[in-house]
Design a protein around this ligand. Structure first.
Ligand SMILES: Cc1cc2nc3c(=O)[nH]c(=O)nc-3n(C[C@H](O)[C@H](O)[C@H](O)COP(=O)(O)OP(=O)(O)OC[C@H]3O[C@@H](n4cnc5c(N)ncnc54)[C@H](O)[C@@H]3O)c2cc1C
Length: 289
């Protein structure tokens, strides 16, 4: 089913993001965790596309397995290292297997490179990929949005105009980068509405379970950890206490989002289920199985 249709149907659409596993063991863990999360009846599950396009085959294989399990899948697709012909082959492959949703991304530069360089015959920006997909295939297309602005673009308003361009080229929904202060998200929604972005914007939530890891992520993507939150987390005397506090914060974030009328939550699961389950149980109660 198409994400834009599911979002219309549900009072609260929950979705989960996974990344392609690097070993057989990791793959087993991914599917075990996915199994545990199924009881929340996800509106969709998504699978990322590794930096530099490095996980192409694995990402597609996992997307297909998820689809075979009866889930609505959003397959991420990036422009990194791919010509239009390469992208067309991937899109055909996904369409032939009944996958209906794509998250169309530019992608991050491969490891060790600072700036994104398109390959000859490829695309420089995600809006071009959206346009390409919409011209040739019948996918429901999502794009990335950045409540705090994209790390490469210091001009937040220009960045928002480029998001609008992706929507004008046909994007059906937006999933946001993680954020830890809801004010960034609500401000982003207001500014997006003001420039005429009308498609649903789904907030991306990442429960903090490990301080070092989250510091690395936020450095890479430019999201802010509010000072008070950081200090509170650092006061946690054990890793378990830090984790507990991280989950508490994510729960409060989700609670406020839902109370203020947000009808979808997208969880960056990091291929684990416990933190997301704890948040959802606190938010919604135990699901009926
Ligand atoms: C929900 C989500 C999922 C993600 N999944 C993946 C994944 O699976 N794999 C992966 O590698 N990365 C992923 N990313 C990261 C993403 O690829 C990076 O943030 C990347 O640097 C930008 O991708 P984009 O699609 O937002 O690019 P774009 O929208 O193309 O923007 C890239 C930069 O160019 C600027 N820009 C855009 N259009 C123009 C224009 N016309 N003229 C001038 N400047 C312009 C923007 O302001 C921005 O700074 C994800 C991000 C999010 C939020």
């Amino acid at each position: 089913m198409r994400v834009r249709d599911i979002l219309k149907e549900r009072d609260l659409a929950i979705s989960f993001e996974f990344f392609p596993p690097k070993s057989h063991q990791e793959e087993e863990a991914l599917f075990e965790n996915l199994e545990r999360l199924k009881k929340w009846n996800p509106a969709f599950v998504s699978i990322t596309y590794g930096a530099g396009g490095s996980t192409h085959d694995k990402s597609l294989e996992i997307a297909y397995t998820m689809k075979e399990q009866g889930l609505n899948v959003v397959a991420h697709l990036t422009c990194v290292g791919a010509t239009k012909e390469d992208l067309a082959r991937t899109l055909d492959w996904l369409a032939e297997r009944g996958i209906e949703n794509i998250l169309a991304l530019r992608g991050d530069p491969p490891q060790g490179e600072k700036t994104f360089r398109p390959v000859p015959g490829g695309f420089r920006y995600a809006y071009q990929l959206v346009e390409f997909i919409k011209r040739g295939w019948d996918f429901c297309v999502g794009v990335a949005g950045y409540p705090e602005g994209h790390i490469e673009n210091p001009d937040k308003e220009a960045d928002l105009r480029y998001l609008k361009l992706k929507v004008d080229k046909g994007a059906d929904f937006v999933v946001t980068q993680l954020f830890f202060d809801n004010r960034f998200f609500f401000d982003f929604l207001k500014r997006a509405k003001a420039i005429g972005i009308k498609v649903p914007i789904i907030p991306g939530i990442m429960p903090i379970t490990n301080l070092k890891q989250v510091m690395r992520f936020t450095q890479l993507c430019g999201a802010t950890i509010p000072r008070a939150l950081l200090e509170w987390l650092e006061e946690g005397s054990t890793p378990e206490e830090v984790r507990r506090r991280g989950i508490e914060h994510a729960h409060l974030q989700c609670k406020e989002l839902v109370e203020r009328g947000i009808k979808a939550l997208h969880f960056y699961t990091l291929n684990r289920s416990r933190a997301t389950e704890e948040i959802l149980t606190r938010l919604l109660g135990e699901p009926e199985v």
